[in-house]
Design a protein around this ligand. Structure first.
Ligand SMILES: [Zn+2]
Length: 168
């Protein structure tokens, strides 16, 4: 279920802080888009967002005031404080929506949980979500089917050759 941010992101803000201002000791001056360039209130200009990033611009953190869907209830749960801290920083501004979707999957029982080393191995093979894993197995099935078709074709030819008195 989608949640809402109280403040919609201002499209003119580049969501970056001016790196030149930061170098001068004022790290929180926002950059604003103006046509194709971005600039700060003190006249520093960058030809693009990527130039500002290349010059060390830091991201403006997303707002923390995510609002729950009106159909949801609040439920206190037991969790290690470090886990809470990591979740809050990793899913900043979308924690309620993320937990809602994870808990929903756990509740309907149709869920596979992969962790640690297994996830690492899958990611090394370029698989980072369920649909990629399913696609990989489908490709394997297809390869297997093709191999079987080849094999039976080969056997057919062999028997034709045998009947014709050629080869084995
Ligand atoms: Zn500046």
């Amino acid at each position: 279920m989608a949640t809402n941010l109280v403040q919609p992101l201002d499209q003119s803000l580049a969501q970056l802080y001016c790196p030149m201002c930061a170098a001068n000791g004022t790290p929180d001056v926002p950059l604003v888009r103006e046509m194709h360039i971005v600039k700060c209130a003190f006249g520093h200009q960058y030809s693009s967002v990527s130039e500002a990033v290349a010059r060390g611009a830091k991201m403006v953190p997303l707002p923390l005031n995510e609002q729950p869907p009106i159909t949801s209830i609040k439920w206190p749960v037991w969790v290690h404080p470090k886990v809470k801290e990591l979740l809050e920083s990793r899913y900043r501004g979308r924690l309620i929506a993320t937990l809602d979707s994870v808990l929903g999957s756990l509740a309907d029982g149709n869920v596979l949980i992969l962790t640690g080393k297994d996830v690492e191995k899958l990611k090394k093979r370029g698989l980072s979500n369920g649909s990629q894993i399913v696609a990989a197995f489908d490709a394997m099935d297809n390869a297997d089917k093709e191999r079987q078709e080849m094999q039976s074709k080969l056997e057919r030819y062999e028997s034709i050759f045998r009947e014709a008195g050629i080869g084995g």
